[in-house]
Design a protein around this ligand. Structure first.
Ligand SMILES: Cc1cc2nc3c(=O)[nH]c(=O)nc-3n(C[C@H](O)[C@H](O)[C@H](O)COP(=O)(O)O)c2cc1C
Length: 317
């Protein structure tokens, strides 16, 4: 079984990847997407999204990190894919699932699921350009509004030479509403021979098991669930218990220190609040704390609130 940490723009940055892969259980991470329009981007754009390029394309724990590109132009995607692997990315992933309006308007992301031929052209151009030893993977949803093209799209991506395909088992119109339609992945598997990764709505070890059964797919990708329970991958692999809340709080403090130092605090408040929005799904104590954090804007105030919560837990009553 391979477990992959999902790309999540605005939440899973290099610090989150570092932390979650240290906790362990992940075989691969995919970066937040890099938007490609009509030019070859400078190296600094790639290293900003993926500082792991400077450490052999791996997190400190040794987990490979693959760059994800999002765009609609086969030529420019291919040029930038080559740059990504030259800079040290162990392969390239192509995003065909992003539901964002701005991205879809310019024919990127999930809207391409309406254009099977274009999907083929993009994957083929990138595969032809990137040296064969580097995997070129793709990530799709089941469709844009419906599933009428699901099998055609998956077949086109496989025929174009993709090395693996992650399927987020919902259409763009489904958004993030449960359920994820895992049996659809089993249908795709009957039709395409490349490795498939099942994704969507895995929050617990038992979800993972059910997903594997229904998708007929061993390999899985974890998104929001990985943030809601920082050791989810370990609970799936080893049947360990969920990380206790005091340990999560300590992790939040560590993350805060790194994030504030790394980004000069600019994005910290938003990122930690977004992380909390997932943590509160698993931890009642996170829901309570989130209530206080919600209104805080300054990094120092958030940090003080976290420290206070930790002190309350550790001080003798
Ligand atoms: C905040 C957020 C940001 C995301 N960013 C990306 C992205 O940059 N690239 C991508 O392919 N998918 C992105 N996704 C989709 C996830 O990778 C994943 O497919 C989706 O969340 C379903 O998995 P889950 O139910 O385990 O969360 C994002 C999802 C969320 C919630």
């Amino acid at each position: 079984m391979n477990i992959i940490l999902a790309p999540m723009e605005g939440v899973v940055d290099h610090l989150m990847r570092d932390m979650l892969t240290r906790i362990g259980g992940y075989d691969l991470c995919i970066t937040e997407f890099i938007r490609i329009v009509d030019q070859k981007l400078p190296a600094r754009v790639f290293t900003r999204i993926c500082p792991e390029l400077l450490t052999a394309g791996k997190t400190a724990a040794g987990t490979p990190v693959r760059i994800q590109l999002l765009g609609q132009e086969p030529h420019w995607l291919a040029e930038n894919a080559v740059r990504a692997v030259e800079l040290g990315s162990p392969g390239v992933d192509l995003n065909f699932g992003c539901p964002a309006k701005a991205v879809n308007k310019s024919r990127g992301g999930a809207v391409l699921l309406k254009e099977t031929e274009q999907l083929y052209q993009i994957v083929k151009a990138v595969r032809d350009a990137v040296p064969a030893q580097f995997p070129v993977s793709a990530k799709i949803r089941l469709g844009y509004d419906d599933t009428s093209l699901t099998l055609d799209n998956a077949s086109a991506i496989a025929a174009a030479g993709a090395s693996m395909l992650t399927v987020h088992a919902r259409t763009k119109s489904d958004g993030y509403r449960p359920p994820a339609y895992w049996p659809w992945i089993a249908k795709i598997k009957q039709q395409v021979a490349i490795p498939l990764i099942a994704n969507g709505e895995i929050w617990t070890a038992s979800d993972a098991k059910l997903c594997q059964q229904q998708s007929n797919c061993q390999d899985i990708m974890l998104g929001r669930g990985a943030l809601a329970m920082p050791n989810l991958a370990q609970t799936i692999r080893n049947n360990t218990a969920a990380m206790p809340w005091p340990q999560v709080l300590t992790l939040l403090m560590q993350y805060s220190e790194f994030e504030i130092a790394g980004d000069k605090g600019q994005y910290y408040a938003n990122r930690i609040k977004q992380w909390f929005s997932y943590l509160k799904l698993q931890y009642p104590a996170a829901a309570e704390l989130f209530w206080q954090l919600r209104v805080l804007r300054k990094s120092s105030d958030i940090l003080a609130a976290l420290q206070h919560a930790l002190d309350n837990l550790t001080s003798p009553h």
